[in-house]
Design a protein around this ligand. Sequence first.
Ligand code: ADP
Length: 373
Amino acid sequence: MFRRSPAEMRVIILAPIGRDAALLAHTLTDAGIAIAIASDADALLPLLAEGVGGAIIADEALPPGAIQVLAAWIAGLPAWSDPPFIVLTSGGIPTRQTNQRAQELQALGNLTLLERPVRPDTVRLAARSALRARMRQYEVRSRQEALLQANADLEQFAHSASHDLREPLRSIGVASDLLAREYPHESGERAVELLRLIRGGVDRMDALLTDLLAYAHASSIIEEELPAVPARRAVDAALMNLNAAIRESGAIITIGELPAIKMRESHLAQVFQNLLGNAIKYRRVDQVPAIELLATEADGCWNFTIADNGIGIPGAYHEQIFGIFKRLHSHNKYSGTGMGLAICKRIVEHYLGRIWVESAPGQGSRFSFSIPA
Ligand code: ADP
């Protein structure tokens, strides 16, 4: 199941002296371990380029420049890759020179030192466990690739859903609007009512497709280190989009001091817009919505909380509401697609954060999400 080319599962012997290399080669091939030999850094580079190398075995007296060449190669490897090195050292009492050498070797990272004289069995055992450790790294890579592929597939699917399904949907909408306009009298009251239902269905389907696309986009981009953006800017963008709902409901929104965090501003704005929008939408009929947005720092994370005085949520649904298309009310009572919180969860988890709710019916809700500081 896991991709593994033979070039990747061999031991590269890096030894300046032909006799040493031959001895090591003999020891390993005797045990059925595939090998390749490089006498210096120049010979090593093409071997590394061929495949990433299962493990590298070398003498402490590495050829000049080899450590720098290897350190530069390691620095350019992806996060999953940590190639194991086995280095044979001279035995006896440590000297200033051997201590310094040991320090230089640390640049190789995943390092096992074997002190001479080394028994052939010890070399074989060390080589086998290094190969096994390397194999596990390849497995991690395969799983990561499968996950990335699954994400790409989902995004592709959402794109098709959004674009291809929208086309016939638009035709239905246009046709029903034309019918209503061109035959208003002939069609009668019942027909007008049915056409209104069709229009409502078309609009709802359109909203679902938009949210499905937003959900797919929420974690599609592999971000490099992001600059910190002021969370307040994302909140202001969300408030602007919620302007009509805020005015109509008379909502009072209190906002504390907010930090800058490493997220894409549009992602953060989307989370705030969904949470603040819900805090307004799910208000009690007998109260003006009072909403408080605060941020606190704890355990290396920023915790944002959005507390409202709305209808609240029964404990049994505190997990479920973050699922896709999960809603607790009919769309006649509260409009919506049931995707808002699922999108928030996907965005927050993309940034290695967490989102949760504390609430009880009639007691308001307190949504929190944490993002690594
Ligand atoms: P939508 O609002 O489109 O239904 P969401 O995913 O945003 O979808 O929310 C899922 C469900 O969680 C909502 O249908 C609602 O029942 C509940 N909910 C979300 N936010 C709140 C809130 N602030 N107060 C009460 N209920 C809420």
